[in-house]
Every structure is written in C-alpha cells, then in structure tokens.
Design a protein around this ligand. Structure first.
Ligand SMILES: CC(C)(COP(=O)(O)OP(=O)(O)OC[C@H]1O[C@@H](n2cnc3c(N)ncnc32)[C@H](O)[C@@H]1OP(=O)(O)O)[C@@H](O)C(=O)NCCC(=O)NCCS
Length: 164
C-alpha cells in the first residue's frame, strides 16, 4: 500500500538504497522474472539505478545499462507487490527513457515477460531469435543470455524503442 498521499518520487539511487533494491529484486529473481543481482553488482552499477520512493520506503527500481554507441537496456525493473498497478512501473520506465535521451541514447531495448507495459510506451517487439542473432545486441547476449539456462528455449519478449 502507498503510505504517502503524494505521487511516489523517482530519483537516482543512493548507496543507502542497495539493500532495498536487493529486497525488491529478490522475490522476482526467485520467480525468474529478473536476473539475480548481488549487492556488489548493484553497488558497482549504482549509477544505472533509478528508484521510486513512497515517504521513506523504497517501492520500485529500474536500471538503465549502457552498451555504448547510444544503445541502452532497461533491466532490473521491480515494484513492491503491494504497490503494483498504480503506474509506478510505467513511471520508472519513462524515467529510464528520459535518462537515455539525456545521455544521447538512440535505441533502448528490454527483455521482459511484461511486454504490455513497454508497448504502451512505444516499444515494439523483435522476435527473440532475431534478437539473439542481431550483432547490435552481441554484448548483451554474451554477458547475460549465453549464461542463461533458458537461452535455447527463451520465453522472454524482446522489445526495442528508437529514441531518434
Ligand atoms: C512489472 C512491474 C514492474 C509493473 O509495475 P507496476 O507498478 O505494477 O506497473 P504499472 O502500474 O505501471 O502497470 C501495471 C498494470 O497496470 C495497468 N495499467 C497501467 N497503466 C495503464 C494504462 N495507461 N492503460 C491501461 N492499463 C494500464 C495494466 O494492467 C498494467 O499491466 P500490464 O503492463 O501488464 O498491461 C511489477 O509488476 C513487477 O515488479 N513485476 C515483477 C518483476 C517483473 O516482471 N519485472 C519486469 C522485468 S523487465
């Protein structure tokens, strides 16, 4: 439940948020909805994270990972279950898109089991096999997909959005 009457604030993550981010991700890692991130991994990529706060409580997070040449990925998106369906996930994705635009991004992609949220924001689907074979995404494929036990039977939906 949202405590505060004000709209949850989206901001850059701080070192104090690491435990909260880990707690938001953990149940979704178990459900294989997001990839596992250790505290060390979150800390070393803290600058990528945006968080949503309701009063003092961390209720959502998302990360924008850069691959160079204007290519970005939205990952580690999670909202506390008791705060879902209130537009917080959408606002986190919008904030990531704004951040990517501010960093001269030209293409943002995501791999997700919740495509509608992204479709509403103008993302379009790329067949997963096409995504896996596309040279643009090779760094992502080698960093994450190739290590994934589901690689050959991937059920994630790949979506992309051009920023310019
Ligand atoms: C996916 C997740 C981040 C969504 O967070 P959220 O705060 O509930 O997201 P929103 O409130 O913006 O949207 C949720 C639902 O509200 C409804 N909704 C929100 N805005 C809407 C709009 N403008 N029009 C119609 N429906 C809308 C939709 O039913 C939407 O579900 P859908 O996107 O699957 O269609 C959250 O459920 C979560 O943490 N899931 C587990 C982890 C996960 O799957 N992460 C995604 C990996 S990329």
């Amino acid at each position: 439940m949202l405590e505060s009457k004000q709209t949850p604030l989206i901001s850059a993550a701080k070192a104090d948020d690491i435990d909260g981010i880990e707690s938001l991700l953990a149940p979704n890692v178990k459900k294989q909805l997001v990839l596992a991130r250790s505290k060390e991994d979150i800390l070393s990529h803290l600058a990528n994270f945006l968080v949503a706060r309701d009063g003092g409580r961390l209720i959502g997070c998302a990360a924008l990972r850069g691959f160079g040449e204007g290519l970005y990925e939205i990952r580690s998106l999670a909202v506390a279950e008791d705060c879902s369906g209130r537009g917080i996930g959408t606002r986190l994705v919008e904030a990531c898109l704004e951040k990517a635009v501010g960093q001269d991004g030209n293409l943002v992609f995501t791999l997700t089991l919740r495509p509608n949220l992204f479709r509403r924001l103008g993302f379009t689907e790329v067949p997963i096999k096409t995504f896996h074979r596309d040279d643009k995404f090779r760094e992502k494929i080698w960093a994450d997909c190739r290590q994934c036990p589901k690689f050959d039977a991937c059920n994630e939906i790949a979506l992309v959005k051009k920023l310019k």
